[in-house]
Design a binder for this molecule. Structure first.
Ligand SMILES: *Cc1c(COP(=O)(O)O)cnc(C)c1O
Length: 394
């Protein structure tokens, strides 16, 4: 009999009933250190007082009106994002994949309005993840996501990851945009070198192609800059944001330059809930903390500490781990053992991590993680690795 919750997830035997900072409390009372952050969502930890205040204050006043009317919290959050980034304008969504939908529509409409109606193709890359909507799975293009769900949406050109020559060859007069994650998340924490992101920006400029960045996982302070592309010293034309921006409340956004957004006039797009007062009140509270130099400096400092300790962990468990990769507090442990075995041993050692493709265990902790919690995370991962070694020795 089908479960009452549609069984599209294979769930770990864990039920969390409360969260406090970097900690998740299981129904049986065990306290687990959360190095997954709800997959890069809980940037300010669980039950952060500033976010709880923002949400409950808003909840006592007004939950929902409609985008037919002005929404002050939405205006405030858009202003904060515009102030802090390349963007001139913002559209709010409830999720990452909805941001992907709009990014695709926006890029195509841009060329349509310019009279370049043939420019509809969007170049995307192996290992990418843009969410589970029809456009999202078609953009990513992997068999794992698209099989059985055809016909996939047309107009996506899939290339190997990080192959500049392939991109140069693939750009034609039907190319509307290039869409990529500066650091692939689900694909296994695969960063694009800064120089290559810069080269892709240059290619886009040379051929007048729009650059769409998916910073849904790597954005909002995760890498120690507000957005990951800042490390490369470039800006996109369109950017998808979600996950961390709501700190745990469902919220996403598409940021764009005035030019890239020029086709999106009244009536061309919409959302009932997108940009609602609750989500935007929380988003403002997240931005007020994350988009400060002091906070980002702390992320960088802690990232250095965690990375150094992880290198030590890898060195002391060469049969379990191979390498550390990633940037900031978006790190991956490339495993020799099965990544799922490491994640499961982590549960036994009371530390939560997240698997990814390419046999990676992801660490995407709250950005508010303390130094002591970093030490504790390493101790628990060390216990998990030792447990795996013990089974390997049998
Ligand atoms: C999670 C994620 C998405 C999809 O976001 P949802 O909120 O799950 O729809 C898209 N792109 C990237 C890079 C992601 O990490």
């Amino acid at each position: 009999m089908i479960p009452s919750v549609l069984p599209t997830y294979t769930r770990a035997p864990l039920t969390f009933v409360k969260g406090e900072g970097s900690w998740l409390i299981e129904a049986d009372g065990r306290r687990m250190l959360d190095m997954g952050g709800g997959i890069a969502v809980n940037v300010l930890g669980h039950a952060n007082p500033a976010l709880v205040d923002a949400l409950t204050n808003q909840a006592q006043n007004l939950w929902h009106t409609s985008n037919l009317y002005h929404i002050p919290q939405q205006q405030a959050l858009a202003d904060k994002l515009v102030d802090a980034t390349f963007a001139d304008t913002v559209f709010f969504t409830n999720s990452g994949t909805e941001a992907c939908e709009l990014a695709v529509k926006m890029a195509r409409k841009y060329w349509f309005d310019k009279g370049d109606v043939q420019r509809t193709d969007i170049i995307t890359f192996d290992g990418s993840f843009h969410g589970r909507s029809a456009a999202g799975i078609s953009a990513a293009g992997s068999e794992k996501m698209t099989k059985g769900f055809g016909p996939v949406l047309g107009g996506f050109v899939h290339l190997a990851w990080d192959d500049l020559d392939a991109i140069t060859d693939a750009i034609t007069d039907t190319t509307a945009a290039i869409l990529l994650e500066p650091i692939q998340g689900e694909g296994g924490i695969r960063p694009l070198p800064d120089a290559n992101l810069k080269a892709i920006r240059d290619l886009c400029d040379e051929h007048e192609v729009l650059l769409i960045l998916d910073e849904i996982q790597c954005g909002v302070g995760r890498t120690g800059k507000l957005f990951a592309h800042e490390w490369a010293g470039i800006t996109p034309d369109i950017m998808m944001v979600a996950k961390g921006i709501g700190g745990g409340f469902p919220l996403g956004a598409v940021l764009a330059t005035e030019s890239a957004a020029s086709g999106m006039t009244a009536g061309t797009h919409g959302s009932t809930y997108g940009g609602n007062p609750l989500g935007c009140a929380v988003g403002c509270a997240v931005m007020d903390v994350v988009a400060t130099p002091e906070f980002l400096a702390e992320v960088n400092r802690k990232a250095g500490l965690l990375r150094q300790k992880l290198e030590g962990l890898v060195a002391s468990h060469p049969d379990v781990f191979e390498a550390v990769r990633g940037s900031g507090l978006m790190l991956g442990l490339k495993c020799k053992a099965l990544n799922m075995d490491v994640v499961n041993a982590g549960y036994d050692a009371l530390v939560v991590t997240v698997p990814a493709a390419d046999n990676i265990v992801r660490l995407l902790p709250p950005l508010t993680l303390s130094d002591d919690e970093i030490t504790e995370a390493i101790n628990r991962l060390d216990t998990a690795a030792s447990q795996i070694e013990a089974t390997l020795a049998l």
